[in-house]
Design a protein around this ligand. Structure first.
Ligand code: TMP
Length: 239
């Protein structure tokens, strides 16, 4: 695991490396933070460590509830071993309360509750700014078949139920989140990428305080303190 080794892929928050096993990759969580399609950038000491630990804990919890993920094993402070999958270029967003781009686009006040969660797809393309798409776009762009889109939506809602309940147990409201899926060599689709305060909006259930990357996006300060608090609460609930 030499640090000089070249990554197979480097994204905004993680790097992927080959391992001795052709079916397994090493995913390294970086300290880099970006927002607004990398218009805003910063580094936070320990962010990689915290997001790796949070993702690991969430994946283990989800696996126990019957949600398949690409997790293979914990490696060290900032690395996980993950199954090699082909990442679907469709980002799946689930919203329980209005916030972020939904509030902006629709002119709906942040915090307005939806009767039923909203599932949204976007095209995973930094060049295009992850534009909103639907099943028809996904089919015609060759991103996912209609059957796969239906599966993504179904899985996303199951994941939302499981995570909403778990976060609530930890005193946090799951406002919305973005997940990605990967297709294994067997064609099976599993949850991939990360589940962390970078990719979930989390509000303290009592005070409503923001505990996620919105603290960075909106310059609220105390970004890593919040991520640490999220990890502490999740770890306590898992004990
Ligand atoms: P949005 O309200 O900005 O569309 O974000 C919805 C959710 O998706 C929110 O929990 C943050 C997360 N997200 C990402 O993980 N990556 C992204 O690139 C964006 C735009 C949002």
């Amino acid at each position: 695991m030499s640090p000089a080794m070249e990554p197979l892929y480097e994204g905004k928050a993680k790097k992927l490396f080959a391992t001795d096993d052709p079916d397994v990759l090493r995913m390294e969580y970086k300290d880099d933070a970006t927002a607004f399609n990398a218009l805003k950038k910063a580094q936070f000491e320990n962010k990689g460590k915290l997001n790796k630990a949070i993702t690991l804990l969430m994946y283990q919890m989800l696996e126990e509830k019957g949600v398949p993920t690409h997790l293979v094993a914990d490696v060290d402070e900032v690395n996980l071993h993950v199954k090699k999958v082909e990442i679907l270029m469709v980002e799946v967003i689930v919203r329980n309360l209005a916030a972020g781009s939904f509030s902006k686009r629709m002119g709906v006040e942040e915090g307005a509750e939806f009767q039923t969660p909203i599932v949204e797809f976007s095209y995973k393309s930094d060049d295009l700014g992850d534009p909103l798409i639907n099943d028809d776009y996904a089919r015609e762009l060759g991103l996912a078949t209609p059957e796969e889109c239906a599966f993504l939506k179904k899985q996303a809602l199951i994941i939302n139920d499981v995570m909403t309940e778990f976060f609530l147990e930890c005193g946090m409201k799951l406002v919305d989140f973005k997940i990605e899926f990967g297709r294994g060599s067997d064609g099976k689709i599993v949850l991939a990428d990360e589940v962390s305060p970078d990719t979930c909006r989390l509000w303290d259930a009592t005070t409503g305080e923001k505990m996620d990357k919105d603290r960075f996006r909106q310059d609220l300060g105390g970004v890593m303190e919040s991520y640490e608090e999220v990890l502490k609460r999740l770890s306590e609930a898992r004990r």
